[in-house]
Design a binder for this molecule. Sequence first.
Ligand code: NAD
Ligand code: UGA
Length: 450
Amino acid sequence: MSNMKIKNICCIGAGYVGGPTMAVIALKCPHINVTVVDMNKEKIKKWNGDLEHLPVYEPGLKEIIAQVRNKNLFFSDKIDESIQKSEMIFMAVNTPTKVEGKGAGMAADLSFVESCAKNIALVSKKDKIVIEKSTLPVRTAERIKAVLKKYNNECHFEILSNPEFLAEGSAIEDLFKSDRVLIGGDKTKSGQEAVKALVNIYLNWIPLDKIITTNVWSSELSKLASNAMLAQRISSINSLSAICEKTGADTIEVAKAVGMDHRIGSYFLSPSPGFGGSCFQKDILNLVYLCEHYGLSEVAEFWLQVIKINNYQRMRIVDKVEELFKNGRKGRITILGWSFKKNTNDSRESSSIYISNSLLNMGYKLNIYDPKVADERILDDLNSLNKLNNNPAYNLTSDNLQIYNSLNESIKGTDVILILTEWDEFKNFESDAKIIDTRNIYNGNKYFKL
Ligand code: NAD
Ligand code: UGA
């Protein structure tokens, strides 16, 4: 491992993390060849295709891809070949909540990470640094080490934890100016050499004082802890929005007053229809599972409450819509926004899915408009959630669901407009319908705002 020169990096997983992070490494390290691989051949084809239709939409991303693609950034489905020639391998694969087996519904599914480790072990012919970029439960490095050893006794693999803190919609900005880069490694000589090799990569654009090095377990746990604390703030302000509504206090005014205390801070205090995204819920469930595993039931209960408030907030919005149809008529509702936040085409765990599903279950008819999420994705999100019920409650037809490609078309003749994502284009539009603004962005009269 000593004096290992990094000339080739392989990243397994060409998703929302692998694509943008490797694009930035390639841009900032022109002396290194970066190859992003994925078992999903279609996705790789898209990464190599038209810049307007990359698999991930992020402001600033296509410009970087245009600059470095096929110079020192490559997208490939030749996974084994890329592993073999690289000195450093990032694992940026998905770690969803387990759906079956021990820990189903709570623990992280590590099968994708383990199959990566197996793949690395089976094809490697020289020593490598293997980096956990995915978000993983604390002590996963132990399992990865065991898998690597089981399938390859010849090479030395040094495992580092380097969790990713980017947020979707601002990924490129976040990667350029990270608050911190966290690298966990073993305290052994080879462990510290591997840490140094990764520090040197980041030093190409991140100042040294923003690069923190810790042991592996602190690094793994810090990622779960960061997401849990961010999500906890959202559930805190959302829970307060309910008491604001009862008392006549204004949530935005309360958030401002509270956030001006520098010990609290003003970020992450925007009320919303509940947080979405692929990570907050899964990472908190994972943390809860770990707490239970270690017998910390009170701690588990504390973090579980963050999720419970999130579900409560979603249903509170559904109740608000119901309030408008007291006569029992099931009218037409326009849902503005399907992505879980603005500036992304990602709709994973978006509150729009859960709220729309409940409204369809109750017999309402929906118009849906989002500037970036594909129609098929919206249909798939609804069908998947509907199918989870043993007895699907509705069939999607052109009568109960219309997906539009223009805001103005989507609000024509509708009874209620429900703003669920804070896209800038939802700030100004004209309509006689009753407007429920869960993001506090609409500039006109609202029937209800959080
Ligand atoms: P993603 O689903 O967008 O991408 C993961 C990719 O890995 C998929 O394209 C999948 O095909 C590929 N893959 C899975 N197993 C593979 C294998 N064995 N070989 C080759 N390819 C394989 O996921 P993501 O959103 O990029 O998240 C990845 C990880 O990063 C997760 O652990 C997540 O918690 C974490 N994370 C995500 C974000 C985010 O904003 N999305 C931010 C920080 C951390
Ligand atoms: C979040 C974290 O912010 C990242 O640091 C982390 O790397 C990432 O998860 C991850 O591990 O995947 P992301 O989910 O992309 O990033 O986006 P956020 O900006 O955190 O928003 C998450 C959800 O919270 C969105 O639905 C957003 O609308 C909601 N939110 C955010 C609020 O409801 N109120 C707020 O004040 C802020």
